[in-house]
Design a protein around this ligand. Structure first.
Ligand code: FAD
Length: 346
């Protein structure tokens, strides 16, 4: 067993503000580890509006959520931050030596001098299908994400949902290929989808060719046989409940953010936001900073540009903790040879 990763800074959240925190820390020669529960960086910009245009990033007249994320990733490249994606920060504990012990849902552990919480509106979690007795099949026969598609090959699948994930996986498993299922039934509460029209058309085509089936209805119950989930009950618009047998149930109801474990770290919270000062954007726990949508202070506006400013001041606020002997001066990226060196543009 390896020991925890020892570091100067851990950033919780890889949204736009967490990414820019890497930059501001990097200028002060602080290397960071970035953790996000999503499998990719970008936060709300990627999860909620990758293709929508943003018009209020200073000096960028227009960019999409995806373009902003890509630009930030490029901008922070010189600082070599380490990303730990697809894992939620579950635990934060102050140690006797003043550092913090941080642990993720995947068991990655850190000992860090400072923490920057850039958790936005919280950690994105799959919305659950709430049916009595269904919980206990989570991870065996009930899945909210596809980690390994081959798990589902050759099985009788029921897929619930009406967005891109539901459609994409239904098409993937219904068509010839390495992961082709024995059968695929798609269930959605109405005959209208929030998915790419081309995928919807393809799905209808496959249904007409009897390669898969689509049922309009809601899951209202389950059948259990010998401790296994053997079928679900689907109530249609006509009020009739049908029993649909299955091997595996895949549910794609989208992701919703939850403040989650952040609420349990002893930080002062006001209406689901972390209260901070506006000098350093530090929480009530010295050494733990909060930037971006997750924080609140008089006059707070949940804008990306506000988060960028907060990240700069939080980095300066944290520097004395990380380098107690150093005096930190403000330097310009335009003219400072030292900054040119850290940016790799000498
Ligand atoms: P987020 O983008 O929310 O990222 C936080 C990240 O932290 C998430 O990826 C989450 O998974 C992760 N996280 C949370 N808790 C944990 C945990 N415990 N462990 C691990 N990871 C965790 N703002 C503008 O300035 N201009 C606009 O035009 C604009 N348009 C918008 C349009 C829409 C439709 C929406 C929804 C928002 C818009 N916003 C806009 C707001 C902007 O997206 C947010 O202000 C910005 O995303 C906040 O960035 P953030 O990094 O603080 O948080």
């Amino acid at each position: 067993h390896e020991g925890p990763i020892e570091t100067d800074a851990v950033i919780v959240g890889a949204g736009p503000v967490g990414l820019f925190q890497v930059f501001e820390l990097g200028l002060l020669e602080v290397k960071a580890h970035v953790i996000d529960s999503l499998a990719y960086p970008g936060g709300q910009c990627i999860e909620l509006y990758p293709d929508k245009p943003i018009y209020d990033i200073p000096a960028v007249p227009m960019c999409t959520g995806k373009e902003l994320t890509d630009s930030l990733l490029k901008q922070i490249e010189p600082f070599g931050a380490t990303f730990h994606l697809g894992q939620e920060v579950s635990q934060v504990q102050k140690q006797d030596d003043g550092r913090f012990f941080v642990q993720t849902s995947k068991g990655t552990r850190f000992l860090t001098k400072t923490i920057f919480i850039a958790g936005g509106v919280g950690s994105f979690q799959p919305r659950l299908l709430k049916i009595e007795g269904l919980d206990k099949f989570d991870g065996t026969q009930l899945h909210y994400r596809v980690r390994n598609p081959s798990t589902f090959a050759g099985k009788n699948l029921v897929i619930v949902g009406g967005g891109d994930s539901a459609l994409d996986w239904a098409l993937n498993f219904a068509q010839d290929g390495p992961n082709k299922a024995e059968s695929v039934i798609l269930i959605h509460r109405r005959d209208g989808f929030r998915a790419a029209p081309a995928s919807v058309a393809k799905m209808k085509e496959l249904c007409e060719a009897y390669e898969m089936q689509f049922i309009v209805g809601q899951v209202t119950g389950i059948d259990e046989t010998d401790g296994k989930l053997s079928a679900i009950k689907v109530t249609g618009g006509d009020g009739v409940t049908r029993v649909v047998p299955l091997d595996m149930l895949l549910v794609f109801f989208g992701l919703s953010p939850k403040l989650g474990p952040i609420a349990e770290w002893g930080l002062s919270i006001d209406r689901k936001q972390l209260t901070v000062d506006t000098e350093k954007f530090e929480t009530n726990v010295p050494g733990i900073f909060a930037v971006g949508d997750i924080n609140t202070y008089p006059g707070k506006k949940k804008l990306i540009l506000s988060g960028f400013h907060e990240a700069a001041l939080a980095a300066f606020g944290a520097a004395p903790i990380i380098f107690p002997e150093k005096r930190i001066h403000l330097q310009y990226t335009t003219t400072s040879p030292k900054l040119h060196k850290v940016l790799g543009v000498e």
